[in-house]
Design a protein around this ligand. Sequence first.
Ligand code: NI
Length: 170
Amino acid sequence: MAVLEIFKYPAPVLKRPAKPVDQISPELLQLIDDMIETMYAAPGVGLAAPQVGRSCRVIVFDANRDESERSPMALINPEIIFAEGEFCMEEGCLSAPELNVEIKRKGQVKVKALTREGKEVIIEAKEFPAVLLQHEIDHLDGKLIIDYLSGLKRSLYKRKLKRKEEKEKN
Ligand code: NI
């Protein structure tokens, strides 16, 4: 297992729709293990393959907020097949440092996906875990929390990043 580099906005791979997985290969299983390790090391509660520079439809997450009890889950080709209600919370993203965005999402979702064993599952989630799934699946469609900001807030965030970058150069 290895901790992978997390790509940050505006890396192009984050904006690209990711390709469906057509085969669960040993390489893919390795990627999943590495993504789980990278997620915990960050630390974070979810990670999508494009965030580690791999444009394929894989997400990992752990909606268990109790850190003493890890229960990582990996989903391949996840797809939202049902969504209803509304839930709003402040979201952060490992690919968008120093940014929190309040996003209105669906309060309840059903997600169809394959497990790492290749078994088809339907996951039902509500509130925080539902948000987490929607956030990670957004990544597979090239969508970031930055895209939920208004134009003005987005340009302020870009300016902030640029300032930070210049400071780090000096
Ligand atoms: Ni994210």
